[in-house]
Write a protein of this length. Structure first.
Length: 264
């Protein structure tokens, strides 16, 4: 007899953990469960659908991911363990209302239920920028499909403005989208404690991380780059880079409009 499924609710951190006997099947792994579908008992699944016991087959994982991130929480943790068994953990709590302001005001409204759009926005709330390559493991899709997901997200608007925008070779959360989540610095502070939009108006501990994040993907950084990422003025961004000259960066050879810094 196989071990029973266990369900654990922890009130202190509002987490639900489900441990089910048996491992992944049909080629599904924790790295592709958003895009792969497999039924151990297709006839039983079809019967449940025909009887109206389920709405549609194969949408449960998408729904978990979408609902968690649109409420401002982290995506579910779903992994296979020795046994074998599957552990699924959802850590929630009170919805993060500023994040919900963004995810529930998207136009067209149908995209509010799009798990790919939800994951793109979730990632940009926690990273200064994304590329199609960096989103491949997040969306669990091919590079071509990931580029399509970015273009789909770019066609979504909030308050009449695109929710994401291109900058050089990366994508940023647009300024109107950022303002929707955090209209002012006072309301930004509690979000930063959740690592949401931590890169805006960076403090002493955050500024080096913004610089490192850009230089991990590029061989040079300009004041314009930091201004775009951190929502700063160009002069403020230049001062920020100069403060880290000698430890993180050093001046490049360009002058004037070609002035830049490189990794030290």
């Amino acid at each position: 007899m196989s071990a029973p499924t266990t369900v654990t609710w922890v009130e202190e951190d509002s987490s639900l953990t489900v441990v089910s006997p048996g491992g992944f099947a049909g080629g599904i792994t924790s790295e592709n469960l958003l895009t792969q579908r497999f039924s151990r008992s297709p006839a039983l699944a079809d019967a449940a659908l025909a009887l109206g016991l389920v709405d549609k087959q194969g949408i449960g994982v998408d729904r978990m991911f979408r609902e968690m991130v649109t409420l401002g929480h982290n995506p579910p943790l779903i992994r296979e363990e020795a046994g074998p068994r599957i552990r699924t953990r959802l850590a929630g709590g009170e919805p993060v209302v500023p994040v919900m302001r963004l995810t529930t005001r998207l136009v067209p409204a149908a995209r509010q239920r799009d798990v790919q759009v939800a994951l793109v926005l979730h990632t940009l709330l926690h990273r200064p920028f994304v590329t199609a390559e960096s989103l491949v493991p997040v969306l669990q899709r091919t590079i071509e499909e990931t580029r399509e997901a970015l273009e789909t997200t770019a066609r979504c608007v909030i308050g009449g403005h695109p929710v994401i925008e291109p900058y050089k070779d990366v994508w940023l959360l647009s300024r109107p989208a950022r303002k929707t989540v955090a209209p002012d610095l006072q309301r930004l502070a509690p979000l930063k404690r959740r690592k949401v939009l931590w890169y805006l108006a960076p403090g002493a501990s955050e500024a080096p991380e913004v610089i490192r994040f850009w230089l991990a993907n590029h061989d040079r950084v300009t004041s314009g780059d930091i201004a775009a990422l951190a929502g700063m003025t160009t002069n403020g961004a230049r001062s920020l880079l100069e403060r880290h000259e000698g430890d993180l960066v050093e001046r490049g050879e360009g002058q004037g409009r070609n002035a830049h810094f490189v990794r030290r």
